[in-house]
Design a protein around this ligand. Sequence first.
Ligand SMILES: [Zn+2]
Ligand SMILES: [Zn+2]
Length: 148
Amino acid sequence: VPALTGGCQCGSVRYVLAVAPARTDLCACRMCQKAVGGPFAVLAQVPREHFAWTRGTPGAFRSFSVASRNFCRDCGSPLTYSADVDDVITVTAGTLDTPEVAWPVEIWGVESLMPWLTPDTLATLPRRHSDEDPTLPPVVSYQHPNRD
Ligand SMILES: [Zn+2]
Ligand SMILES: [Zn+2]
């Protein structure tokens, strides 16, 4: 398996996974909701020995007594969640350069799942492409590209 790369929105912090994620989970717990600013985190897991930072130094926050989360101090992207009690680390799947490789297999934190997060809602919301916003003038992206 070729190495998978990823990083934050601004490109200050980059990482590499030497192997494909062993599994990916959704977590809708309140801590993950706060950490990612969304209804759930999508966390792709690899053995810690197969994870390395390749650029920059992330910030860290201990969200509870035996776990910490890394994030970019410059742009705020949430990057990892890891518990001290095992030898795995999870990356936020959206920060992978190829996020579609991480296919979730389980939902955690269902006690705080958003009530609107139902198959029916997802199936019936109107759909738009991101370049369809008529309120924006022509824009230039400052997001780091999907590669090192
Ligand atoms: Zn950043
Ligand atoms: Zn969580």
